[in-house]
Write a protein of this length. Structure first.
Length: 350
């Protein structure tokens, strides 16, 4: 019995129990994990941005949060109003460009023509119209479900950010409860993961934004068509560390080859190579200072494994999860500037 008590008094055992407790909670809410992760990411970005706005403008924190969300909604509204029509117009050109690409490869074109001739589309549609209709309804349901999750996450992040001070005061009650050591470990583990996740997302957003601007400038000089669609694709794939550049190279190669032949495709490859080198050897090290940074091989391995285990989310949170595991094992330090440090700065400004 004495040995058992001494075992539970060990710090590493107490941390393991706290980690199991957190994992158990996540397992219980596994069906809502997308909303949880989106809320954490949006809340982190909102709180940090509002703190900076308050520091620059000297306005109250609550007003800073409100200003941040208003600006985000205005930018989103302008993007939908002015950019979406251009995206739709340019996206309509892409099928023609893909057909040009296919026509330049006779074997591929011959295979597709034979497949089309052997396939009676009218019969297939007649036989499987119910399945096709169900598939379309499933797609619409999935898209509406995704949009509702994003909307709910934005709403929850707004409530979290604007009431952040009260949430902190409520959290201190757990540290002053009958189990202060246990909740201290829960807080340390939770804050470490949130900080790693938020830091990686913040850096990746910045890198994706800068890379997109540079790629748009380069593609405009090369005169690749459908610039806006390519820019959106590059930005979205840019949120995937390292592998996003390789994934974006596939559609860029097809469109550039169809529109500008081999010369244009090689120019796009050279442009991607230059920007990737700029990101890998200058931009990424500068922005990732004091944050998690993994070897490239480990990054690729993490993305492949986490995508298999967690699906699309694994591409985004896989790196933070591995960095968090390395942090609690003592292999690699967590990013500098824990959430409590940010909070203390905020209190000092008050």
């Amino acid at each position: 019995m004495t040995d058992l008590k001494s075992l539970f008094k060990r710090v590493d055992v107490q941390k393991l129990i706290a980690l199991i407790f957190i994992l158990a909670i996540l397992y219980v809410v596994k069906d809502l994990i997308s909303i949880v992760l989106l809320t954490i990411i949006f809340s982190y970005l909102a709180i940090k941005s509002a703190t900076k706005i308050k520091y620059w403008t000297k306005i109250p924190y609550g007003l800073s949060v409100l200003l941040f969300f208003i600006v985000c909604l205005v930018v989103l509204g302008m993007a939908i109003t002015f950019i979406m029509p251009t995206l739709i117009e340019q996206f309509a050109v892409i099928p023609d460009e893909v057909m040009k690409f296919i026509q330049n490869f006779p074997d591929v074109k011959k295979y597709l023509d034979e497949t089309y001739q052997n396939l009676d589309l009218l019969t297939e549609v007649t036989k499987n119209w119910r399945a096709l209709l169900a598939s379309g309804l499933d797609t619409i349901t999935a898209i509406s479900g995704l949009l509702s999750k994003i909307a709910l996450s934005i709403f929850l992040s707004f409530i979290c950010a604007i009431s952040w001070t009260k949430l902190q005061k409520f959290g201190t009650k757990f540290l002053n409860s009958d189990y202060p050591v246990f909740f201290k470990h829960v807080y340390d583990l939770g804050s470490t993961f949130i900080l790693i996740l938020g830091s990686v997302i913040e850096v990746q957003l910045t890198i994706a934004f800068i890379n997109t601007i540079l790629m748009v400038i380069g593609l405009s000089l090369i005169k690749v068509p459908s610039i806006m669609v390519m820019a959106l694709l590059i930005f979205i794939l840019g949120l995937i560390p390292i592998a996003g550049v390789i994934l974006s190279l596939i559609p860029l190669s097809i469109i550039s080859f169809a529109a500008l032949s081999w010369t244009g495709m090689f120019e796009v490859w050279a442009l991607v190579a230059v920007i990737h080198l700029f990101e890998s050897y200058f931009l990424h090290p500068r922005l990732m200072a004091n944050r998690t940074e993994l070897p490239i091989f480990l990054t690729f391995a993490t993305i492949i494994v986490m995508e298999h285990l967690l699906g699309a989310w694994g591409l985004i949170i896989g790196i933070p999860i591995v960095a968090f595991i390395l942090s609690i094992l003592g292999v690699q330090d967590a990013p500098v500037g824990k959430p409590k440090d940010i909070n203390s700065k905020q209190k000092a400004q008050d």
